[in-house]
Design a protein around this ligand. Structure first.
Ligand code: DQA
Length: 141
């Protein structure tokens, strides 16, 4: 099972940005905690603040044949049609994850351009959301 975890814009700032919202741990801490769980899967982590790089990564599904994605596009979640179209262009199956409970925040965060094309969405469970998404993928349902 080949899984691609994408963290989008500003998620490289985890641990530094709004710690009361996103916690004190860094993106590297998140990646290491997933790695330490020793899932029987090939899990690749990718972070970028660039829409273009994220789109190229998603298009690489054609050659690299990821079975599933776990995607947190940060603020692009609420605005980005181009990333949505990239996912549709390669039929990428994925779970959407948000660290914070976006529904308990500003109204503009209640809209996601990805929820309706995701297998499911996990919001407000902090870093654990990534783990839950991977467990669900590996259950194979
Ligand atoms: C986020 C929620 C988004 O609204 C915000 O722009 C982020 C992080 C989350 O993981 O809670 O950058 O995707």
């Amino acid at each position: 099972m080949k899984i691609l975890v994408i963290n989008g814009v500003n998620l490289n700032m985890l641990g530094k940005r709004e710690p009361e919202m996103y916690g004190k741990l860094s993106l590297l801490d998140l990646e290491n905690s997933i790695k330490s769980l020793d899932f029987k899967a090939d899990i690749e982590f990718f972070q970028s603040n660039s829409e273009e790089d994220i789109i190229h990564k998603i298009h690489s599904q054609k050659e690299l044949k990821y079975d599933f994605g776990v995607f947190n596009f940060g603020a692009h979640t609420h605005t980005n049609i181009a990333i949505r179209d990239a996912i549709l262009s390669v039929n990428f199956r994925f779970y959407e994850v948000h660290i914070s409970n976006v529904f308990a925040r500003e109204e503009f965060r209640h809209v996601s351009f990805f929820s309706d094309i995701a297998e499911g969405s996990i919001v407000g469970f902090g870093f654990d959301g990534y783990e839950y998404a991977i467990r669900k993928i590996l259950k194979g349902e």
